[in-house]
Design a protein around this ligand. Structure first.
Ligand SMILES: *[C@@H]1O[C@H](CO)[C@@H](O)[C@H](O)[C@H]1NC(C)=O
Ligand SMILES: *[C@@H]1O[C@H](CO)[C@@H](O)[C@H](O)[C@H]1NC(C)=O
Length: 257
């Protein structure tokens, strides 16, 4: 029993209706319990101190659907880290990578580093991101596509497993129509606006910044990087003995030509 309990018992017993505990604690302890905060008359301040949650760690991935390094990072680092730390992560996926665009008769045409099949994969993923809206819905579908052997052929099965309420026809209509064309053009613009400009993919931007050191920390162990960067109270996953997932080999990066 702490001294304040004894005090409380004494004073209530003494019939003092508005009895207060004595604030005989150093200020750094004032917010350590509701009772002490009450005794020191800082309840409101302590509530405010606890309220603002730290902003999530932002991870933006600029990638292309068939680049082995992109697939490796997405499947072995980004997705598992998101599963474990989703409440402190803000993930943005931008499929486009080292593609090139030209405007032909009012429509954008794309040329992709790994051929038309890659352009199709990029389009499918851009359409999934746009139509499903919620990362919790589209990320598992994209993860599923990227982890199988044939990225584009995986779409129907991956939809069936992870987003059975979404119609394949709607995704296909987006991929083949103006919407997909516009979405891919937007991704091209977002990619060319990168500062510094990307030199390879996967190109990782952490909290708005790309540096070689952040990139290699992310490629080695994104999980640890996110736990280290988060400013708020750490989720229990960070406090355990995080087994960093296997890192993809950096030689799998796809250089911009
Ligand atoms: C997540 O990041 C995007 C930009 O990448 C930003 O617009 C958005 O506000 C961020 N969301 C949160 C909750 O921080
Ligand atoms: C598919 O598209 C149609 C027409 O745009 C829309 O009415 C329908 O809600 C969509 N279905 C799904 C499952 O998204």
């Amino acid at each position: 029993m702490g001294p304040w309990l004894l005090l409380a018992a004494c004073c209530l017993w003494a019939g003092l209706g508005s009895a207060r505990l004595t604030c005989n604690y150093p200020p750094h302890l004032w917010c350590s319990s509701r009772e002490i905060a009450g005794a020191c008359q800082v309840e409101q301040l302590c509530a405010m101190r606890a309220a603002p949650k730290a902003s999530p760690v932002s991870v933006q991935l600029y990638y292309e659907s068939l680049c082995p390094g992109c697939r490796g990072f997405l499947v072995t680092q980004l997705f598992p880290t998101w599963i474990m730390l989703n409440e402190i992560l803000n993930i943005t996926l931008v499929p486009y990578g080292n593609a090139k665009e030209t405007k032909v008769e009012g429509k954008w045409q794309f040329e992709c580093q790994h051929g038309q099949e890659e352009c199709k994969g990029n389009l499918m993923e851009a359409c999934l991101i746009h139509l499903l809206e919620d990362l919790g819905l589209y990320f598992p579908v994209i993860f599923c596509m990227e982890s199988g052997s044939d990225v584009t052929a995986n779409l129907p099965l991956c939809l069936k497993i992870y987003a059975p309420e979404v119609s394949l026809a709607n995704i296909t209509a987006c991929v083949n129509g103006d919407l997909g064309n516009q979405l891919m053009h937007q991704n091209a613009q977002r990619t060319t606006a990168l500062k510094p400009p990307h030199r390879y993919v996967p190109w990782i931007v952490i909290n708005g910044k790309h540096t070689e050191s952040l990139q290699s920390l992310a490629m080695e162990a994104l999980f640890r990087l996110v736990c280290n960067l988060y400013q708020g109270e750490l989720p229990s996953a960070c406090q355990g003995h995080p087994q960093a997932p296997d890192s993809p080999s950096p030689q799998n990066n796809c250089l911009r030509d």
